[in-house]
Design a protein around this ligand. Structure first.
Ligand code: 5GP
Length: 190
């Protein structure tokens, strides 16, 4: 049986090509708040025993599901920002990330004020493709004494290598929907 998100993807997702799914009517541009609430509840159920102290996401499309998750877990949300060029600033952690959708490099930055050594962090993002965005967030957190308790993904494309790269680092990943293939304009779930 398909879950609530798979039903929605089936109904409103648009296959752009065999690698890219467009979900701008409920996640990336227009946002369905009730759907985000269900996603937040699912991440809470999966991760609640891990004593999470902070949810971290990557702007912009991770923010809606991450905020709902942070409400459910009762912890703050920290948003890592994307910048075009690196800034020399002692007050920020930063790392370079290759963008899947734009095929360029950007700097992922976050103020040192918002990651503490005793934080137990849940990373939330909208899509998992090559894993570069989440790996960038993990590199930043690994520069501190904070720990990564897990990664919550709204839509995983399991035919791309993101999951394998994260599992190789021992990361616990939970995806609400997992897409096995987008070939021939068809969405096939795991
Ligand atoms: P990764 O770093 O895992 O290669 O890609 C993750 C980021 O690329 C996500 O945060 C998301 O913004 C974007 N992305 C990757 N694949 C897709 C896709 O199929 N559709 C959309 N709309 N965004 C994607």
């Amino acid at each position: 049986m398909r879950n609530f998100l798979e039903e929605r993807i089936k109904r409103d997702g648009k296959v752009i090509n065999s690698d890219v799914l467009k979900v701008d009517s409920f996640l990336n541009q227009q946002v369905d708040p009730e759907l985000m609430k269900l996603i937040g509840e699912e991440f809470k159920t999966y991760f609640e025993k891990k004593d999470i102290t902070k949810v971290v996401t990557i702007e912009a499309s991770g923010i809606a599901p991450a905020l709902m998750t942070s409400i459910e877990l009762g912890v703050p949300l920290v948003i890592m920002k994307k910048q075009q060029s690196s800034t020399l600033n002692d007050n920020f952690f930063q790392t370079q990330v290759k963008s899947f959708t734009k095929n360029n490099l950007y700097n992922l930055v976050v103020s040192k004020n918002f990651i503490s050594d005793d934080d137990v962090i849940l990373i939330i993002d909208d899509f998992l493709a090559m894993g570069e965005a989440v790996l960038g967030a993990i590199r930043i957190i690994n520069n501190t004494k904070a720990s990564v308790a897990g990664v919550g993904i709204v839509i995983e494309k399991s035919f791309q290598p993101g999951r394998k790269k994260l599992e190789d680092q021992g990361i616990d990943i939970h995806s609400v929907a997992r897409i096995k293939s987008l070939n021939n304009n068809k969405i096939i779930f795991e």
